[in-house]
Design a protein around this ligand. Sequence first.
Ligand SMILES: Cc1cc2nc3c(=O)[nH]c(=O)nc-3n(C[C@H](O)[C@H](O)[C@H](O)COP(=O)(O)O)c2cc1C
Length: 380
Amino acid sequence: MLARCHNIEDLRRQAARRLPTPIFDFLDGGAEDEATLRNNRMAFDREKLVPSCLRDVETVDTATTIFGQASALPLICAPTGASRLFHPAGEIAVARAAARAGVPYALSTGSTRSIEEVAAASDGAKIFQLYVYKDHGVNRELIERARAAGYGALCITVDVAVVGKRERDLRHGLSIPMRFTPAAVARFACSPRWLWGVRGGLGLGANLKTIGGAAGRGRGASTSWQLDPSLDWDGLADLAALWNGPFVVKGIMAADDARHALDAGATGIIISNHGGRQLDGAAAPIEVLPAIAQAVAGRADIVLDGGVRRGTHILKAIALGAKGVAIGRPYLYGLAAGGEAGVDRALAILHKELAVAMQLAGCPDLGAIDERLILRASPA
Ligand SMILES: Cc1cc2nc3c(=O)[nH]c(=O)nc-3n(C[C@H](O)[C@H](O)[C@H](O)COP(=O)(O)O)c2cc1C
């Protein structure tokens, strides 16, 4: 079946067939009218490429470094929580497939396999994504565990002061933190294969259940979803100092915020609207990229996520000033469609599409990609 998936949309359709509708909608959906979710993708399509020819593109080199870690592609797997909802192998499958493809994997705080389990399963480049909790002891403990387990960068997500209004989830009786109403559970009865897959449990809160050690057990659970909406730039600077290594801020959309992030100690920025799951009506990352690239002026790696579904989207992001992209749903569609092999497939599709796009655009390596590739209206 995977062999018949030739693009990310094919994997999406396959995921839709395999998952119970409430779970597929949790993966696929966005906030409110989903205007931002749709625009993330459409904004890529509005940018037009101007290819160059006769540039010797017999071979293409897609290798780079992102956030201090080597990557075979200008791409990382974005942090996504609750992956065991989509396949029992969850984050372990994603980490292994990412390592095989030579791309970094960002593990979410909300993962369903722990920081340590994922580190033990994969020796690939890893980033730990932290949601900042009100309880600073929880933050400190998670950061120390990520350091001890060998994660090479810390990523702080800053666009979830509160959780966005995701209406597909509300209709299905799903809420964040992940809870199911009886009506939602009844829908799962129609998906016996999925139910069989999760018989060992969903692993929700895998990183939080041991917070505080044996004596503090329960503390993690009680604070687990008390995110800190009062976090400010000083708080971010404290976290950067605590980590004292490659420090990435995810969820930046404004050029001024990119400057603040650099002042607070960021060495990397992920331009993101959380894949359209938070503020509906927010601009697409690719639309704000040129202004942020200008503000950052090469002082930090810029990665962009939201709506990347094609190799040409990666090309456009780099042409407009990004070091690379992150993908969320594309690898999760693969995971749902076929477990670890499905993630392999998603990454292979994007790798191949990027290589072909570079050849057709006249770019033998990533350094050859710049803004001249993008059509701009000629001055009147
Ligand atoms: C199911 C799902 C779970 C997510 N969980 C997280 C998370 O735990 N932490 C985080 O920073 N972003 C999370 N995100 C957002 C992704 O990191 C990323 O910003 C987004 O998926 C990019 O858009 P794309 O799906 O169009 O590639 C999640 C996205 C999805 C689809």
